[in-house]
Design a protein around this ligand. Sequence first.
Ligand SMILES: N[C@@H](CCC(=O)N[C@@H](CS)C(=O)NCC(=O)O)C(=O)O
Length: 198
Amino acid sequence: MIIYGDVQSGNCYKVLLTAALLRLDYEWIPVDILGGETHTGEFLARNPNGKIPLLELDDGRCLSESNAILGYLVAGTPLWREDRFAQAKVMQWMFFEQYSHEPYIAVARFIARYLGLPEARRAEYEAKQAGGHRALGVMEQQLQISDYLVDDRLSVADIALYGYTHVAGEGGFDLSGYPAIQAWIGRIQTQQNYLPMA
Ligand SMILES: N[C@@H](CCC(=O)N[C@@H](CS)C(=O)NCC(=O)O)C(=O)O
């Protein structure tokens, strides 16, 4: 399979980390988002939404949306769950990631890290801080009662949230006030086959 992505992107890193933990083989094709490579005709034929990460299977079928790709990769592995309620809990955290976490933390990080915090986007960057801290607070509350987001075992929900949480500092989010999140980050980093972000 082929993974199209950018090594600085947390959404792409989620896919790379999942592939590493599961020891999956893949070809990596770097895509320059600032250079417009997600909007070429060739790329849009694979993902009409013009975004990475993108997974292309050996038979040519394509899958976009990082968390859908994660779901595809972990099916039938210990990173998914057997129990119906636990499966729904995993999805709950993955939807939370896309609606209540990523739009704040990933976007603030994008403005700071990719764009160099230009004055024209400073107000937007600052407006992202409250929502990001709110999301971190929700995670902190859960991680004070369980080692991982769903039960006491790593699942794909942890990978989905880890992608941008562990680099939240690059978006201006100080994690020192979130001890349970810091401990959880440490637990993920000591997993067998862990792959650090490039
Ligand atoms: N919800 C999508 C978000 C994907 C996304 O925003 N990708 C960014 C990079 S992190 C991108 O491709 N940006 C280029 C563009 O929008 O043109 C996912 O989780 O995969």
